[in-house]
Design a protein around this ligand. Structure first.
Ligand SMILES: Cc1cc2nc3c(=O)[nH]c(=O)nc-3n(C[C@H](O)[C@H](O)[C@H](O)COP(=O)(O)OP(=O)(O)OC[C@H]3O[C@@H](n4cnc5c(N)ncnc54)[C@H](O)[C@@H]3O)c2cc1C
Length: 388
């Protein structure tokens, strides 16, 4: 077992941190207040290569292997104070780009990957519906075959990048005999296709620089060649790709934990009360120590997933552990950062309270913590761990 980053990975890490610190997040406080997606920063990320890190070079990407992609995303999360921008990138990569890489045809990859890597096309993942949150199989959106098209009808909501996306990965019910799992299919739906209507935009507690909205499909005719995989494979496509979403999407959170730890260490060393730095108070020092423990354990489980994927191995147990542990650890670390900063952590000026608001979504999106615990229990042999 080798825990050292390669020279190339170390260099990528340094370059990404330098880029993110110098070029991203300058207006994060205003953008967060107003709920604005930072399109210029997005394009800077595209130009730097971020939007194509895991994509082969022939399709316009950087061709990074999974572990290197994870290290680069961790560095982005560390260097970029705009967590919402990084979340938008994560949705683009793990909710859209990865579906094309894993399940797209040559023609689909040729049509969509270059504009996705280049930033012209923003990707989104349209799964959730009013009646289908954790219960993914309860999707009501329908896709009815009509000659060489499918006609889509239904509404998706809570879609990150929804208001800005140019391409949606949409899950819909195609019906047919057999198990419920075999009645869903996945489609690539460009936003400018007739029948695609962007709906309500959601104002949210955190990650406010990622836009979130509803998307309705009204007699939207999607050509058969834009179906992902075979008809009825939607659920298996979703569950196989979810490994990436539930781990790689959280790599930046490890970077954010390190950033918060460093800020907190600086603060407790310089803020003096009772005639000494507050870090000399054991109650404060222990909070910092716990931040470090969470950071290192989160990094270990994530790198393990990166290593498994780089070696072509399945990692559902590890990704489920990673999703729960990293997202909950970030919440605890952001909470501790607010506490050790006192009122400076609570007021908006220092950006610490924003970190906590941003962190709170992690245990909900990409499958809630409770659902992950149910899945994990089932994976290790507890019958009915998820569905009771
Ligand atoms: C910031 C953010 C971004 C998002 N982006 C997207 C996106 O881009 N695309 C998309 O499709 N969706 C997106 N979502 C929606 C997200 O996937 C859902 O919120 C999530 O699947 C949970 O569904 P729900 O919110 O309807 O909660 P519900 O399913 O109604 O769950 C409510 C509560 O009940 C618990 N619960 C439900 N079922 C079980 C069970 N079987 N066992 C134990 N507990 C259970 C949950 O843990 C939760 O605490 C996003 C959500 C957030 C917060």
């Amino acid at each position: 077992m080798d825990f050292e980053l390669s020279e190339a990975q170390s260099a990528i890490r340094r370059e990404v941190v330098d880029f993110a610190r110098a070029r991203l997040g300058e207006h994060v406080a205003e953008h967060d207040r107003d709920g604005v997606f930072p399109r210029e920063d997005w394009q800077r990320c595209a130009d730097f290569g971020v939007l194509g890190w895991p994509v082969p070079t022939e399709h316009g990407g950087s061709g990074y292997d999974p572990l290197t992609t994870m290290i680069a995303l961790e560095a982005l999360g560390y260097g970029c104070v705009d967590n919402g921008l990084v979340f938008a990138i994560n949705n683009h990569l793990w909710g859209c780009v990865i579906y094309l890489l894993e399940h797209g045809t040559d023609d689909q990859r040729a049509r969509y990957l270059k504009p996705l890597c280049g930033g012209r096309l923003v990707g989104a993942h349209a799964l959730s519906e009013p009646e289908a949150g954790s219960d993914v199989l309860n999707i009501q959106t329908t896709a009815v075959r009509d000659g060489d098209h499918y006609v889509l009808n239904g509404t998706k909501w809570f879609i990150s990048n929804g208001p800005t996306a140019g391409l949606y990965v949409v899950f819909a019910r195609t019906g047919g005999p057999g198990r419920e799992q075999d009645r869903l299919s996945a489609f690539l739906v460009p936003a400018d296709l007739p029948g695609v209507q962007r709906g309500q935009e959601f104002s949210k507690m955190g990650l406010r620089t990622t836009e979130m909205g509803a998307v309705t499909f009204a007699d939207c005719r999607v050509p058969v060649e834009d179906r992902l995989g075979r008809e009825g494979a939607g659920y298996s496509i979703f569950t196989s790709t979810v490994e990436w979403e539930r781990s790689f999407m959280f790599a930046n959170q490890v970077g954010a934990m390190e950033r918060l730890l460093e800020r907190s260490v600086d603060h407790v060393a310089t803020r003096r009360q009772f005639g000494r730095p507050i870090g000399a108070l054991q109650a404060v020092a222990h909070k910092i120590a716990d931040m470090k423990i969470r950071l290192e354990l989160a990094r270990l489980i994530l790198y393990r997933v990166g290593w498994l994927k780089t070696n072509g191995r399945l990692s559902l147990v590890d990704t489920t552990i990673a999703k729960v542990f990293v997202s909950e650890s970030l919440v605890q670390t952001a909470m501790a950062a607010v506490e050790v900063h006192g009122a400076r952590g609570y007021v908006s000026d220092h950006g610490i309270e924003r970190e906590l608001r941003d962190a709170l979504g992690g245990p909900i999106y990409a499958g809630s913590s409770s659902v992950q615990r149910g899945i994990l229990a089932e994976l290790i042999g507890v019958r009915g761990g998820l569905t009771g």
